[in-house]
Design a protein around this ligand. Structure first.
Ligand SMILES: NC(=O)c1ccc[n+]([C@@H]2O[C@H](COP(=O)([O-])OP(=O)(O)OC[C@H]3O[C@@H](n4cnc5c(N)ncnc54)[C@H](O)[C@@H]3O)[C@@H](O)[C@H]2O)c1
Length: 495
């Protein structure tokens, strides 16, 4: 009998396929082969990355990830993302000789995805040394983390970390031998919080923090109010090029993907309540409405509530609408939006998920009671079963849906990532005295620069102000074109 054994790398599994010419033995051998494949995958998977010794092909081992063998696959993911992230690639070329981040030690805590990898590798190309952990226990792309480690980046993250793993990974980034961060790139404020709590002495060497999320910026303002903010901070979240693009378009393009991948749900005709009508809520509502959902909005802010009304959404309280909706989606950045009192009133089959940064919006502890059964039906999909058989479908354990369960558009993230890179360059190179112990927005001119780097993708042709027109408006013909307080209008007046 002749046979050959093919080894096929399929994501995290090595699957052996045995091709036999003897049909009699086929079922036996395939059974054995299947067993080998499963036990190989599961024994590797079961081992916590913390207990694995791994080295990249050059012997480098200062990282902790799921599986370094996935690096080739992750590299392809990064290359695909690069094609949709033109500005970072241009930045690499334009600053090739200058290395504006030479000597910068950047400690990062963000989602670890192909798009972030393009940012991290751009920072390295600009001269920085980076150590990175994940800001979310579910959003890490393991193969991408492997590709970063293969490229020599100290990355500490894997998909499905425990809460303890999460803080351990953050600590590995900060408490490194012979390496001290002088810049933080944070998404949600956990890295900043950890350094304040566990390694406050590091602040003496830090030149600044760049914070990307609503939640993290809120935490920075809390620190500032208490007089505890001791270094300059750049609030990237409120940069126009972050908020008006990432929060809005990223969610608009990914929420439906997250819902469909997890539940295969039909959106048209479904009644959906979206809690919070900020940028994330606006993007989510627009997308759901475009597919024919009947969308309700809850809001605390009368201005956002009025915007929702004028966009054609019914503004209502969660208590009023909860019995009739098929989906509840939180987008507030706040806590305890959906509690047990709401869960008890939901109809069977109601889908509950969160698009906000933290897992605080849905009160899961109220569901940890003995009469309720939890059943994991798919990755990231739990059925919570009431004694009468009612089932509520919880996605991603209440963590942000799109980054846990779907892909997000690289192009939108390119805009945010370029803003982050420029904010780091600005803080690192600013002369003494330009920034104090305060929270700043990226200078307007840089926001405009980020946007301009993305225009060639669309073959967009900008009109140039004439000297006369610039004089009439009282601005330079090369920008900035708007004052800092300009709000850039609403994105979806027509939906
Ligand atoms: N999923 C993603 O890809 C993604 C992208 C960007 C931001 N975010 C996160 O999403 C969250 C929201 O971001 P945003 O930019 O929309 O913020 P935002 O401040 O613009 O909007 C939040 C809205 O929620 C409202 N709100 C607060 N408490 C409420 C309550 N109890 N009930 C109803 N409404 C309430 C606020 O009035 C506000 O209008 C943040 O946590 C942010 O970090 C997620």
């Amino acid at each position: 009998m002749t046979y050959c054994l093919l080894s096929i790398k399929l994501l995290e599994w090595t699957v052996f396929v045995l091709i036999c010419d003897g049909s009699v033995r086929r079922s036996q051998t395939l059974g054995l082969v299947f067993f080998m494949a499963v036990s190989n995958a599961s024994s590797e998977d079961e081992l916590s990355p913390q207990n694995k010794e791994q080295k990249n092909s050059k012997g480098f081992s200062d990282f902790c990830i799921k599986n370094i063998k996935q690096a080739d696959f992750g590299r392809k993911e990064i290359e695909i993302a690069q094609q949709e992230m033109p500005a970072l690639m241009i930045l690499r070329k334009r600053t090739a000789g200058e290395k504006p981040l030479a000597g910068a030690n950047v400690v990062g805590c963000t989602h670890i995805t192909a798009q972030t990898a393009v940012l991290i590798e751009t920072l390295s190309a600009l001269g920085a040394q980076c150590r990175w952990s994940a800001c979310n226990i579910f959003s890490t792309q393991n193969a991408v983390a492997a590709a970063l480690a293969e490229g020599g980046i100290s990355v500490f993250a894997w998909k499905g970390e425990s809460e303890d793993d999460f803080w351990w990974c953050i600590d590995q980034c900060v408490a490194a031998d012979r390496w001290q961060p002088n810049l933080i790139l944070d998404d949600g404020g956990d890295m900043t919080h950890w350094i304040y709590k566990k390694h406050p002495a590091l602040f003496k060497k830090l030149k600044g923090i760049v914070e990307e999320s609503v939640t993290g910026v809120y935490r920075l303002y809390q620190l500032s109010k208490k007089g505890k903010l001791c270094i300059p901070t750049m609030n990237v979240n409120d940069s126009v090029t972050k908020q008006k693009f990432d929060n809005l378009y990223c969610c608009k393009e990914s929420i439906v993907d997250g819902l469909k991948r997890t539940t295969d749900v039909m959106i048209g005709g479904k009644q959906v309540v979206v809690c919070g009508y900020g940028e994330v809520g606006k993007g989510s509502c627009a997308s759901l409405k475009a597919l024919g959902a009947i969308v309700y909005v809850t809001e605390v802010d009368p201005i956002c509530a009025l915007q929702a009304c004028m966009d054609g959404f019914r503004v209502i309280t969660l208590t009023e609408i909860i019995r009739q909706v098929d989906m509840v989606i939180t987008c507030t950045g706040n806590k305890n939006i959906v509690g047990r009192e709401h869960f008890d009133k939901m109809k069977s089959g109601c889908i509950v998920c969160n698009m906000g940064h933290s897992n605080t919006e849905i009160d899961l502890t109220s569901l940890q009671t003995t009469e309720l059964k939890w059943q994991r039906v798919r990755p990231h999909v739990d059925h919570i079963i009431w004694p009468d058989g009612k089932r509520v479908i919880l996605l991603a354990e209440g963590r942000l849906l799109n980054l846990s369960c779907s892909t997000v558009p690289s192009f939108v993230l390119s805009i945010t990532a370029t803003t982050q890179a420029l904010a780091l360059i600005e803080l690192y190179n600013a002369p003494d005295g330009r920034y104090n112990q305060d929270i700043y927005l990226l200078p307007k001119k840089m926001d405009e620069y980020v946007a301009s780097l993305h225009l060639p993708t669309f073959d967009a042709h900008l009109t140039e102000l004439t000297d006369d027109q610039a004089k009439y408006l009282g601005i330079s013909k090369y920008g900035p074109f708007k004052p800092n307080y300009y709000r850039y209008g609403k994105a979806f007046p027509h939906i």
